[in-house]
Design a protein around this ligand. Structure first.
Ligand SMILES: [Zn+2]
Length: 65
């Protein structure tokens, strides 16, 4: 396995399904949620701030119903 050290690609985003809360890490949000199989609205919860613990997801951002 070759692990690339230098990532020159565009960083992926973390998307949270507004229906079931499932998160997917993709460049673009999926058309259909892989978890609940619904055409949900995906919220970009990608976190680039250190104060959310480097989890890649900002827990302050919650999907609104
Ligand atoms: Zn979903």
């Amino acid at each position: 396995m070759n692990m690339p050290e230098n990532k020159t690609t565009i960083p992926e985003n973390t998307w949270k399904c507004s229906n079931c809360g499932n998160t997917v890490v993709e460049l673009q949000p999926p058309q259909v949620c892989p978890s609940c199989k619904q055409k949900c609205e995906f919220l970009n919860v990608t976190c680039y701030q250190p104060d959310c613990g480097f989890t890649g997801m900002d827990n302050r951002l919650k999907p609104s119903k």
